[in-house]
Design a protein around this ligand. Structure first.
Ligand SMILES: [Zn+2]
Length: 138
């Protein structure tokens, strides 16, 4: 994530989040075997990715700051902690059985109910009633 422009949405899209068309800023090598809706041909250089910038320029290019990256990494670690706590609580409740559902007091925030479900494949879904708390959709 640290090597991509903040507006980058992937070249399978026509434009980035800043409204710039990838085809307008990418340097491409024509290749009929590659079909991309946003960029005709094979992408040679793209200003959205540091390692692939080449001589490409984009008026909206904006890479995340070191402080933002650090905050994003902390959030990612915290989200993982919440997720593991919720999954553990669900597995403790089911004993590993599938096809179960229920409601637990949220093990993450301890301020509301967490609805959960385990499908027939063992995928766990869980959502706390508190906003910005745990949400698991496997
Ligand atoms: Zn919660």
């Amino acid at each position: 994530m640290n090597n991509k422009c903040s507006h980058f949405t992937g070249v399978h899209n026509i434009t980035c989040n800043a409204g710039v068309a990838y085809a307008d800023v990418a340097e491409s090598v024509p290749d009929l075997n590659v079909v991309r809706p946003g960029v005709p041909g094979r992408v040679k250089s793209l200003p959205c990715i540091k390692e692939r910038q080449g001589d490409c320029k984009c008026p909206a290019q904006s890479f995340p700051s070191a402080a933002l990256l650090e905050a994003m990494q902390k959030q990612w670690i915290e989200d993982g902690r919440k997720r593991r706590a919720a999954i553990k609580a669900v597995l403790d409740e089911t004993g590993g059985d599938n096809c179960r559902s229920g409601v637990l007091w949220c093990p993450v925030c301890d301020r509301g109910e967490m609805r959960w479900r385990v499908d027939g494949f063992g995928n766990i879904y869980a959502k706390c009633a508190q906003p910005k708390c745990v949400l698991i959709v496997e």
